[in-house]
Design a protein around this ligand. Structure first.
Ligand SMILES: Cc1cc2nc3c(=O)[nH]c(=O)nc-3n(C[C@H](O)[C@H](O)[C@H](O)COP(=O)(O)O)c2cc1C
Length: 336
């Protein structure tokens, strides 16, 4: 399949793996890129620019296909040395960066001077237009369903994607709630040139996380995520667990007066406990509603091949079948 996104990044399939804290290591990024998508290393999971440089080199050893690095700009007391992270990306000859969190405007000159393609992930049409204006090459339009930070507008992809299509000149991918061929074809129908998946890629053989995490994703339904930190205007969609129950209790008690310090224990340092040690009740970690569509733990290649084969089937048989008046079965539930 060829779209503006496959062309932009020089990839075979219009599928991107979004940056994920403590998940987006070289193993996963390389597996996605080797399977024809665009794998992304999560920059800030690497504690220093030197460590990111090593992770990029590790990924380079595992794939000769294009891959990218995620740079997340989030409010923090001590800002990470972003220019040095960008230097590591440039020196590692990485040609794609996924930015997220805040506008990458101040870093665009450095990224562009290095010949890097920038795809900015954002949750609204106005932020997408801003990304287009400051010279981003593409946008990852992240709907309310998404795992992680859906912003504060609460617009699901059924509305957000066609709105983005109406306004944007640059290409965009659909992000949030994407899991299978049905997602991809729907996203393409609504004007996207591909899709970005987060949660779905965690439940794959190559994702370098504890098996408990993968099993939790297979076991959970679409009812098992919840929004936290609304009062802080830093809303995050996470998988329910005991730590999150405690956090919600604190949020109920504090109401609008909630401060980040009140929930420090349930949000700080949780990712290594969950992703490395498999402590599933440790606290808040991002997870999308799409978890309700995850029923298996395939290899990344099996997952991507299945998506592309079934997408073709949906387009060629089901959709044209409607036009031709031929009776066609509905697409099956995907299980390896
Ligand atoms: C465990 C996890 C960690 C994530 N960490 C980051 C991150 O550090 N930076 C970022 O830009 N997005 C992060 N995301 C968001 C993903 O890149 C992606 O946009 C999102 O998962 C898409 O929604 P989906 O989960 O429904 O596919 C994370 C998502 C998950 C599930």
């Amino acid at each position: 399949m060829k779209t503006a996104i496959t062309k932009l990044f020089g990839i075979q399939h219009p599928i991107i793996q979004g940056g994920m804290h403590y998940v987006g290591f070289a193993e996963l990024a390389a597996a996605v890129s080797n399977a024809g998508g665009l794998g992304i290393i999560t920059g800030l999971t690497q504690k220093t620019p030197e460590l990111l440089a090593k992770e990029i080199a590790r990924c380079r050893d595992m794939t000769d296909k294009p891959f990218g690095v995620n740079l997340t700009f989030l409010p923090s007391f001590t800002a990470p040395p972003y220019p040095e992270y960008i230097a590591a990306i440039k020196e590692g000859d990485v040609k794609a960066v996924e930015t997220a969190g805040r506008s990458p405007e101040q870093y665009m000159p450095a990224l562009k001077a290095a010949g890097i393609k920038v795809i900015h992930k954002c949750t609204s049409v106005r932020h997408s237009l801003k990304a287009e204006k400051i010279g981003c090459d593409a946008v990852s339009v992240d709907g309310f369903e998404c795992g992680g930070h859906p912003g504060e507008d609460d617009i699901p992809n059924m509305i957000l994607l066609p709105r983005a299509a109406d306004e944007l000149k640059i290409a965009f991918v659909a992000s949030g709630g994407m899991a299978d061929a049905r997602s991809l074809v729907a996203a393409l129908s609504m004007g996207a040139a591909g899709m970005n998946m987060g949660t779905r890629f965690i439940a794959t053989k190559e994702a370098p996380v504890h098996n408990n995490v993968k099993q939790a994703l297979v076991a959970a339904s679409e009812l098992d995520t919840v929004l936290i930190m609304r009062a802080l205007r830093n809303t995050e969609r996470v998988l329910k667990n005991k730590g999150v129950d405690e956090l919600l209790e604190i949020e109920r008690e504090k109401g609008a007066g909630l401060k980040i310090q009140d929930i420090h224990e349930q949000v700080a340092g949780v990712y290594p406990k969950v992703m490395i040690d498999g402590e599933m009740d440790a606290g808040a970690w991002s997870c999308g509603m799409v978890v309700g569509l995850i029923n298996d733990i395939p290899t990344v290649k099996e997952l991507i091949d299945r998506i592309m084969a079934e997408a073709e089937q949906i387009i060629r048989q089901r959709l044209t079948g409607f036009i031709d008046g031929v009776e066609v079965p509905k697409p099956a539930r995907a299980v390896a």
